[in-house]
Write a new protein. Sequence first.
Length: 184
Amino acid sequence: MVCAVATIITRYLILVVPAILFMLYIAYTVLQEMRLPDNHPGKRGAIELAGPFALIFGLLCMHVAHSRQGFLMQCVFFLGESTGTFMFIFNSIRTSLPVMTPVVLIVIAFVASALALIFRGKFWNYFIAMLFEAGLLLVVVMAFPVIEMMLETILNEKLRKVGDKVRAHQKQLEAYYASKVTNN
């Protein structure tokens, strides 16, 4: 999604305007959910209203920088791309982390800035990263079943070896207790 935003959507005004209007609609729905009663399960906090506006800021920065040249415009594009990447990462992991501390936000900002420096709004950089991710996925999909079969074989072998010892020990204990019962 970051690739589509940074390389396609921000390049053309005809795509930027609907994206901004969509973000404004999301901000409006968040604002409506902020007005719900305090005990309502769908109530949202004020911090969630910053997300759509941060994405709008990132979209505008990237769009303005696409149409001009120079070091300043590269810095503006970097600011927009890192803001957009930060928001995508933040929205992706916000629900999985129990608490969002300032340290976590700083780490997310650092990662987003590093990714923006690596990708630089170039489609091929994003494409290479997606190919690398697809390769890792392929390795995982192929390797995990093989590892599972190996572990299952090892576990069955261990159980077979240990099982014989356990059964032999159980027979000794049964014989011992049977002799105790007959003696008493």
